[in-house]
Design a protein around this ligand. Structure first.
Ligand code: FCA
Length: 350
């Protein structure tokens, strides 16, 4: 072949290869394959690949869980695939993609606990190990699926601590029971949410609060707007209440209520609110002027993100299955101690 022709041929071949590479990349992207967000320290592809699916990727709680999962991936040397799975269809597609990408297991906070049996079946068929985090699967018999490995919070106890804190703060302020109301932002579809608000209610009753002054505000969606709307409706019905205590299943449930109360003129002087998570209220606690948001039960995002991954890693690598049921605790943070506690827990630098 004359050299000019050979050069032309070589150039043609290089261009074709480059185009093929671009095509393959965009093909993979169009297949919706989740990006691998964290590899091991050596930079080589890790033999172990673990998925981490969360129901509400925009919630700071889940972002922090992911951050600790990434730390586990770096420390232990596995590849982590983070997937925001906001509905059932996305969960099932994500499991297919994980299996195709060679993953051996996944950790999941499901968008709907009733999907439990479908997720278990899909994981089994795909030969993937599975750990449920935060929200426990519910079986066809409407009972928790106790045979699925689960790590979650001690929901009732943490709720009770919220109730105790509210009762103590009310006492400190010398508020009269017959002028005070309790707003419970409820989301009873989710067992862990119901156990939390039931726990808080139980302790307020035990502290002498009459059941007739404890008002439930059912949230249509488990987020700030859901609780804002529910609380607005309650405040309209109960315009005679002079002071409010507020609890809910997480920070968003309580923040929505706090915003609604502010709209009706209830600030820190006439309302006390205590959240759960401790991760979604930091901006609130940092505000120069105190709001009604008194504090939150800080949960252990590290246990939920790092420990679940570590359990999964050992299960895959050494064949050691994790305990079936692990529960974590919470600690109260307020404007006075939150900086210190967040620093101690490795959540914040300062
Ligand atoms: C549930 C809630 C989250 C967090 C987690 C531990 O999934 O939706 O906000 O409280 O439990």
């Amino acid at each position: 072949m004359p050299s000019s022709l050979r050069r032309l041929f070589e150039r043609f071949r290089a261009t074709t290869l480059a185009l093929a590479a671009v095509g393959l990349a965009s093909f993979l992207a169009s297949c919706g394959r989740a990006p691998e967000t964290s590899a091991n320290a050596t930079g080589k592809p890790a033999a172990i690949k673990i998925g981490f699916l969360v129901k509400q990727p925009e919630e700071p709680w889940f972002q922090l869980e992911w951050r600790f999962a990434e730390q586990a991936a770096r420390d232990l040397g596995f590849t982590l695939v983070k997937i925001g799975a906001t509905d059932g269809e996305k969960v099932l597609a994500a499991i297919d993609n994980l299996a195709a990408a060679g993953a051996q297991g996944f950790v999941i906070c499901t968008p709907d606990t009733l999907l439990g049996p479908a997720i278990v079946a899909k994981a089994k068929a795909s030969n993937l190990k599975l750990i449920a985090v935060d929200d426990q699967f519910i079986g066809a018999d409407k009972q928790p699926m106790k045979d699925v490995h689960y790590l979650g919070i001690s929901a009732a106890k943490i709720g009770e601590a919220v109730g105790d804190t509210l009762a103590a703060e009310m006492k400190k302020r010398g508020w009269k029971v017959d002028e005070t109301g309790v707003c419970v932002s409820t989301f009873d579809e989710l067992a862990t949410a119901r156990e939390r608000t039931d726990g808080a209610t139980r302790r307020l009753l035990a502290a002498g609060f009459p059941a007739s002054r404890i008002y439930r505000a059912p949230m249509r969606t488990p987020d700030i707007p859901g609780s804002f709307d529910a609380t607005m409706a309650l405040l309209t019905q109960r315009s005679e209440v002079k002071q409010w205590l507020v609890c809910g299943f997480n920070d968003s449930a309580v923040l929505g209520a706090v915003r609604a109360l502010e709209g009706r003129g209830f600030g820190a002087d006439r309302a006390i609110a205590v959240g759960i998570n401790g991760t979604d209220c930091i901006v609130e606690l940092e505000k120069a002027k105190p709001t009604a948001f008194h504090g939150s039960m800080l949960l252990s995002a590290k246990a939920h993100g790092y420990q679940t991954c570590e359990m999964m890693y050992k299960w895959i690598k050494e064949g050691v299955p994790p305990p079936l049921d692990t529960r974590t605790v919470g600690v109260l943070i307020t404007r006075d101690n939150f900086r210190q506690v967040l620093k101690e827990q490795g959540i914040r630098e300062q």
